[in-house]
Structure formats: structure tokens, C-alpha cells
Design a protein around this ligand. Structure first.
Ligand code: DGL
Length: 268
């Protein structure tokens, strides 16, 4: 197994996504674990992952993981549903470092649905993955899962055009509403940035669920289990690298109240 070494509490948490979506997870991690240093990789040059083959998604996830390991990270958060559902099994079997993944939050939605109908908005890569099929199969006897591919959303978000997603969202969410869903699961880490627009489209009676907080809690639990949680009250270092547009990254960091962090362009 590659990359075996002893991890220390002061080592940073590594986070990667196909771009800026994982910042919605990063926000939750910073809130729950304010002492932790972070290295974030936005692989925007290769977004959207959701349109790629499983083999390509694995290769990109390996590239990002190796960079985070080489940068001294103690844990890797795969802040991307598409990368988790297609590549996390491969990553876990090839690297010693602990991984945290993110998957569409079907379970809480299914458990609390009163109409027994839930919607899942996700990328083609996530909806067609084996892991998603296995998870959703567990609930299909009791509830109807209305799957809708969020085609085109990630590209617009990556270029900072959030408002331009509205007509697409109207179509995608309209299909779910027509089926009578009372929960909508955001199965892509980019989509929480669209929640204000989503709320303008769907009635208050439909709850929107994302997995960000759960991922942060799981990250904390694994750090505690492995005795690598940073408990001392030091000043954390947070670095954000993109192989895309630094200005758009800076705008998203401002949105999640993390302005003033180290941002750099890096070719990876
Ligand atoms: N943010 C990603 C996810 O959670 C992937 C989006 C993409 O690159 O297609 O699925």
C-alpha cells in the first residue's frame, strides 16, 4: 500500500473536489473543526467530473489524492459525490491515509418522507454509479426515488453564473415536484450554492437536504478515532489551490465567509 506514514494532529486536512463545490463541505468542516489546517484542491480544469467515465474519475481522484498526501495531509476528504461513488473504493484499497467520502443523503430523506417519494438531484456519474445503485436499492421497496440529472449546473456554477442555473433548476425540480416528492436530496457538493435559488422555485413544504454537515461530523469522528484531532487552540493555516480561475475561487470563499485565506493557482 502506498503512502504509509504516521499522521500527526497538526498535519492539515486535505480536501478535493472537481472544482468549487467542495467548498460547501469545507465551510462545514471549518465551522466544526476551527483549529484544523486545511489544504483544498479545486480541480476546476477537469470539471465536470460527472460527465466522465469511471476510469477517468478514478485517475483524477488518484492525482488529487497523491498531491494531498505529498503535501503532508493526515486525512483526505473526497468532497465530491461523483468522485466518492466512482473512486473511493479504489482509493481506500491503494492508500493508507483515511478517506472521508460524500454520498447523496438518501437515508435521512427516506426515513422522514411523508409522501414516500424523494427526489435526488445529482450528476450523471453519481446516478450511474454502482455505489449509488447499492445505497438506493435499500430503500426502493418503501419509497419512490425520483432521480434527476443536474445536467449543465456544475459548468455554470464553476463559471460563477449562479443565477443562470434558474431555468434548468425550474425544469429539474419541476419534474420532482410533479411526482409529489417532499424531500429533495442535493447529491452534488456544488448544489448547496444554489439553495437560495432552489428555495425561490419550490414550496416551503419540500425540504432540501445536503450532506455537508454529516461529512464534517464524520471527519471529526475519524480524527478522534485515529488520535489525530487537532485540539490545541493554534492559528490554523488554510490554503486553497485551483487549476482554474483564482478570482472565481476568491468569490466563492467570500460567500462562505472565508475571505483572506491563502489562494494560489497551481497546475495539477
Ligand atoms: N461536486 C461534484 C459532486 O459532488 C461533482 C460535479 C462534477 O464535476 O460533475 O458530484
Amino acid at each position: 500500500m502506498a503512502g504509509e506514514r504516521t499522521y500527526q494532529p497538526h498535519d492539515p486536512i486535505g480536501i478535493f473536489d472537481s472544482g468549487l463545490g467542495g467548498l460547501s463541505i469545507c465551510r462545514e468542516i471549518v465551522q466544526l473543526l476551527p483549529n484544523e489546517s486545511i489544504i483544498y484542491l479545486a480541480d476546476s480544469r477537469n470539471a465536470p467530473y460527472g460527465e466522465r467515465s469511471k476510469e477517468e474519475i478514478i485517475a483524477l481522484s488518484v492525482k488529487n489524492t497523491e498531491l494531498l498526501i505529498a503535501s503532508g495531509c493526515k486525512i483526505v476528504v473526497v468532497a465530491c459525490n461523483t468522485a466518492t461513488t466512482n473512486a473511493i473504493r479504489h482509493l481506500r484499497s491503494h492508500y493508507d491515509i483515511p478517506f472521508i467520502g460524500i454520498e447523496p443523503a438518501i437515508k435521512p430523506a427516506a426515513l422522514h418522507s411523508k409522501t414516500n417519494k424523494i427526489g435526488v438531484l445529482a450528476t450523471k456519474g453519481t446516478l450511474s454509479s454502482e455505489l449509488f445503485a447499492i445505497t438506493s436499492r435499500q430503500y426502493r421497496d418503501e419509497i419512490e426515488i425520483v432521480e434527476v440529472e443536474g445536467k449543465g449546473l456544475v459548468t455554470l456554477i464553476e463559471s460563477g453564473q449562479l443565477e443562470a442555473t434558474k431555468p434548468l433548476l425550474e425544469e429539474y425540480l419541476g419534474r420532482m415536484e410533479a411526482k409529489g416528492v417532499d424531500k429533495i436530496v442535493l447529491g452534488c457538493s456544488h448544489y448547496p450554492f444554489l439553495i437560495p435559488i432552489i428555495r425561490e422555485i419550490i414550496p416551503d413544504s419540500i425540504q432540501v437536504i445536503d450532506s455537508g454537515e454529516a461529512v464534517a461530523r464524520q471527519t471529526k469522528n475519524v480524527l478522534i478515532e485515529r488520535h489525530i484531532l487537532h485540539t490545541s487552540d493554534h492559528h490554523p493555516r488554510r490554503s486553497f489551490f485551483t487549476n482554474g480561475d483564482e478570482k472565481i475561487l476568491a468569490g466563492f470563499l467570500q460567500q462562505i465567509h472565508l475571505e483572506g485565506q491563502q489562494i494560489a493557482f497551481r497546475s495539477f
